[in-house]
Design a protein around this ligand. Structure first.
Ligand code: GTP
Length: 361
């Protein structure tokens, strides 16, 4: 059931990044448009925004801006009123927020990093912001290993006390989860016309100036899909129903196979694998926790784990792939072994046989 409508709230989704960590997949599409569990990743996020009762959504675009409007149009198919802002030069995560101020209609803006998959209760986040009468409320998530992240401590009342850099011995396990609620005044106070980082500039300055920054802490599902391994894992979690998405309601399982595929009866598809439209998977092939983009071909006996295979790419017989990214239309020969962060660029052809490639992460 949808939450009560919130006409006083605008959603702003930041989707203008270049997605360099996901290259080469982001050479042909911006990161939020890459297919996860059968639809562009952004669809899952937009459906959560809609379910929280917020209909007016502004996409802050820059890199490959036109791809978004061509796919989502005015948002009517999702029941949304979608608007687009294009930055000719990327303005950074803070500059992108300030840049949409003129399109806000309400008193409150929910801001989303466009590459976060999360189960955060958006209505509860908004309620926390309103109850505290905060200037900014940040979704903070508790992670098991906070050393890899900057962390955000709060006092017993939930007020943010600092924005700390990565630390081998962090003082808290709470990290910035990339979803915020801003008052309209705070959005309007961000300098325009130059790049600004919300994490490194806007938040520390607001804290310094005595603004009321509040944390909404939870430990529901959360994953930033910026890296290939997280992208594959996030997609698999959607398919298996571990990550929430209204788009997939009732269709979760060990694998999601889209239309027009030819799958050998003895092939194994598991671990939340998505098989895109028109793919072929040959006899005895095993695909685990991976994403095959449309038209990919996996020949007999190949084994693919935790990997992403680009559009119309071909994996040869008996090849073994683990934690790798294969670019669109690449051709991997037979019995090739590709491991641990290896990336193959679009159109590249790797010859048959006994070759082993891996890359440091
Ligand atoms: P990497 O290059 O791999 O770090 O990815 P990224 O460019 O997406 O950067 P990052 O993951 O730090 O960005 C977090 C979110 O903010 C993503 O949803 C980006 O699309 C978005 N973003 C980052 N920089 C900008 C920008 O300059 N303008 C806009 N509009 N969005 C941005």
């Amino acid at each position: 059931m949808s939450a009560q409508r919130r006409d006083d709230v605008d959603a702003v989704v930041l989707v203008g990044g270049k997605g360099t960590r996901l290259r080469p997949l982001t050479l042909s599409a911006p990161k939020p448009m890459l297919p996860t569990a059968g639809v562009p990743f952004l669809t899952h996020l937009l459906s959560r925004i809609k379910a929280a009762g917020v209909d007016h959504v502004i996409l802050g675009t820059s890199y490959q801006a036109e791809v978004f409007s061509e796919y989502f149009g005015d948002g009517a198919s999702l029941g949304l009123d979608l608007e687009y802002v294009i930055e000719t030069e990327p303005l950074g995560t803070g500059g992108a927020i300030g840049n949409v101020a003129h399109l806000l209609r309400g008193s409150t803006a929910m801001i989303f990093n466009g590459d976060v998959l999360s189960g955060c209760d958006l209505s509860a986040l908004l309620a926390r912001h309103e109850r505290a009468q905060a200037d900014v409320t940040l979704h903070l998530t508790k992670v098991s290993d906070p050393r890899a992240f900057g962390c955000v401590p709060t006092d017993p009342d939930g007020r943010v006390t600092g924005f700390l850099e990565k630390d081998p011995d962090p003082v808290t396990d709470q990290i910035n989860a990339g979803t915020y609620v801003f008052t309209r005044e705070v959005v309007e106070s961000i300098p325009v016309g130059r790049p600004v980082s919300v994490e490194r500039e806007t938040f520390p300055q607001l804290l310094e100036s005595g603004a009321m920054l509040v944390g909404y802490v939870d430990s529901t599902y959360w994953r930033d899909l910026g890296k290939p391994s997280d992208f594959a894992a996030g997609s698999a979690d959607l398919v298996r129903g571990l990550a929430p998405s209204a788009v997939l309601a009732g269709r979760t399982g060990e694998a999601l196979v889209l239309e027009g595929c030819a799958i050998a009866p003895d092939a194994t598809l598991t671990g939340g694998t998505t098989v895109g439209r028109g793919c072929t998977v040959g006899s005895g092939a095993v695909v685990i926790g991976s994403v095959l983009f449309d038209g990919a071909v996996v020949a007999a006996g190949a084994r693919i784990t935790d990997s992403i295979v680009g559009t119309d790419a071909r994996i040869g017989e008996g090849s073994v792939l683990c934690d790798v990214v294969i670019g669109d239309r690449a051709r991997i020969g037979r019995n090739v072994e590709l491991l641990a962060g290896a990336r193959v660029w679009p159109e590249v052809e790797l010859p048959d046989g006994g070759v082993r490639f891996s890359a440091d992460r």
